[in-house]
Design a protein around this ligand. Structure first.
Ligand code: IMP
Length: 404
C-alpha cells in the first residue's frame, strides 16, 4: 500500500517538517490531513530556511505533489502568501473544496477569547478553534461554497449572524456582509486553479503506483480526543486523523512513523510533567532553538517523557520511530528521561486518564550513559524500532539506524 503517515508523539514541534522533507525525496506526493496555519514546519534546504504553515513541507522537492485535504482549515491570507513565496504551484498543489476557510472573524474571536480569558489555552490565535467550531456547528464556509455567488449569498447568512453576535458581545466591530463577500470573491478567483477532489486524485495516484506521505501537524497530546484536553488544538493530529481528513480507508495506511524529540517541549498552557523550569530548561531552549515557528513564543522545555511516547505509539499504531534533535541533548551532555510516574502514590507507566491527575504526576527519572542506551530503552518500552536519528538541522544530518 502506498501510504506512509507521519505523526508527532508529543505536543507538536517534534521536527516533523524535517522528517517529511527528508522522506519526501522517495515519495511522489505529500498530503496534509488536519490543522491549519497554526502549524509551523521549518525546513533547512539548499542553504535556506523555509517555514511553512499550510503547505505540505514536501513541496520543496520539485517533483513532489502537494495535497491539502478537507480535514485542514485554510487561512486564505497565509495560503496565498506561501504559494507566492514559492512561485506558481499550479498543477503541483491540490486543495479539496471541502476544506473549511478560516475567516477573518475566526481569527478575531480566537484573539478575543484568549485575551479576555482568566484561563487561556495559549493558542496560536490563528482562528483554529472558532473555524472548527463552525465546521461542527454546520455553519462553516468551505472553499467549495464560494464559487457560486447566489449559493454563497444565501448560505452565509447563518454563519454571518452567529459570528457577528459573538464578536458584538465583546463590544467589537464586525465587518459588513458585503466586505466579507468581497474577501471571499477575491479568494475564489485565486484558489480556483488549485481545487481538486482529493479522493479521486489519491485513488489515481494509488493506481499509478505512487508513494504518498501523509503529513500530520501538531502532535498526539494536542489531539482533541486524546490530548491534554482542554489544552489541545481543534483537530486530530493522530494517524486516524489521516483517514478522516483525506478520505483514505484506514487499512490502506500500512506504515505509521512516529516522530519524537530526544527531550520534550510544549508551547502554550497545559500540563507538562517533565518540564524543567531551571537552567537545564533554558539550555535546552537556547541550544535547541526552541522558539515557535508560528508565533515566535519560547517553548517550555524538559526531559524526554517515555510514558507519553509509549501511549502515543499505541494510539497511532506506530510501525517505526524517528527521533530528532539528539545533537541538542549531546551538547547538554545529560541523557535523562522519565520512565514512569508516581501519580498520587500509585506507580504508572502510562499518562493519567483524568485531567486532575496531571497535577499529581511526579516523574520517575532514569539517567543513561549515552543516547544510544536511552533510545534502546525507548525501543524496548514501545516494542518499536527507531529507524532514523536526526543529529542536526540540515537534510543530510540523519543517521539511518535499522532497516530505514
Ligand atoms: P491552536 O491550535 O492555535 O488553537 O492552539 C491550541 C494549542 O495547540 C496551544 O497550546 C498551541 O500552542 C498548540 N499548538 C498549535 N499548533 C501547534 C504547533 O504546530 N506546534 C506546537 N504547538 C501547537
Amino acid at each position: 500500500m502506498p501510504y506512509t503517515c507521519i505523526v508527532g508523539l508529543q505536543w507538536g514541534d517534534e521536527g516533523k517538517g524535517k522528517v517529511i522533507d527528508f522522506l519526501a525525496k522517495e515519495h511522489d506526493a505529500v498530503a496534509r490531513f488536519q490543522g491549519g496555519a497554526n502549524a509551523g514546519h521549518t525546513v533547512y534546504a539548499n542553504g535556506k530556511r523555509y517555514s511553512f504553515h499550510l503547505l505540505p513541507s514536501g513541496i520543496l522537492w520539485d517533483d513532489v505533489i502537494g495535497i491539502i485535504g478537507p480535514g485542514v482549515v485554510i487561512d486564505p491570507d497565509v495560503l496565498i502568501k506561501e504559494i507566492e513565496s514559492l512561485g506558481d504551484l499550479k498543477g503541483r498543489l491540490f486543495i479539496d473544496p471541502r476544506a473549511h476557510i478560516v475567516m477573518p472573524y475566526h481569527k478575531l474571536q480566537d484573539f478575543l477569547f484568549e485575551s479576555s480569558s482568566k484561563k487561556p489555552i495559549g493558542t496560536t490565535k490563528r482562528g483554529i478553534g472558532p473555524a472548527n467550531r463552525d465546521r461542527y456547528a454546520r455553519i462553516g464556509i468551505r472553499i467549495g461554497d464560494i464559487f457560486n455567488e447566489d449559493y454563497l449569498n444565501e448560505y452565509i447568512t447563518r454563519a454571518y449572524d452567529f459570528n457577528r453576535r459573538i464578536v458584538k458581545s465583546y463590544s467589537h466591530e464586525f465587518p459588513e456582509l458585503r466586505e466579507i463577500l468581497e474577501y471571499l470573491r477575491n479568494f475564489a478567483e485565486y484558489v480556483k486553479d488549485y481545487v481538486a477532489d482529493v479522493v479521486v486524485l489519491l485513488e489515481e495516484l494509488e493506481k499509478s503506483g505512487a508513494r504518498i506521505l501523509l503529513e500530520g501537524a501538531q502532535g498526539t497530546y494536542l489531539d482533541t480526543n486524546f490530548g491534554t484536553y482542554p489544552y489541545v488544538t481543534s483537530s486530530h493530529p493522530i494517524a486516524g486523523g489521516a483517514s478522516t481528513g483525506l478520505g483514505i480507508a484506514p487499512w490502506k495506511i500500512k506504515r505509521v512513523i512516529g516522530v519524537f524529540k530526544a527531550y520534550t517541549t510544549r508551547v502554550g498552557e497545559g500540563p507538562f510533567p517533565t518540564e524543567e523550569i531551571s537552567e537545564v530548561g533554558d539550555m535546552l531552549k537556547e541550544i535547541g532553538g526552541e522558539y515557535g515557528t508560528t508565533t515566535g513564543r519560547p517553548r517550555r522545555c524538559g526531559w524526554l517523557d517515555i510514558p507519553l511516547i509509549k501511549y502515543a505509539v499505541i494510539i497511532n499504531g506506530c510501525t517505526d520511530l524517528f527521533v530528532t534533535k539528539v545533537d541538542v541533548l549531546e551538547r547538554v551532555g545529560v541523557y535523562k528521561a522519565a520512565v514512569g510516574y508516581n501519580i498520587n502514590g500509585r506507580y504508572s507507566e502510562l499518562p493519567p486518564l483524568y485531567p486532575y491527575e496531571w497535577e499529581m504526576v511526579e516523574p520517575l527519572y532514569k539517567d543513561f550513559p549515552n543516547w544510544e542506551n536511552m533510545l534502546e530503552y525507548v525501543e524496548k518500552t514501545t516494542r518499536t524500532e527507531i529507524i532514523f536519528v536526526s543529529v542536526g538541522k540540515e537534510r543530510e544530518k540523519v543517521i539511518e539506524r535499522k532497516g530505514g
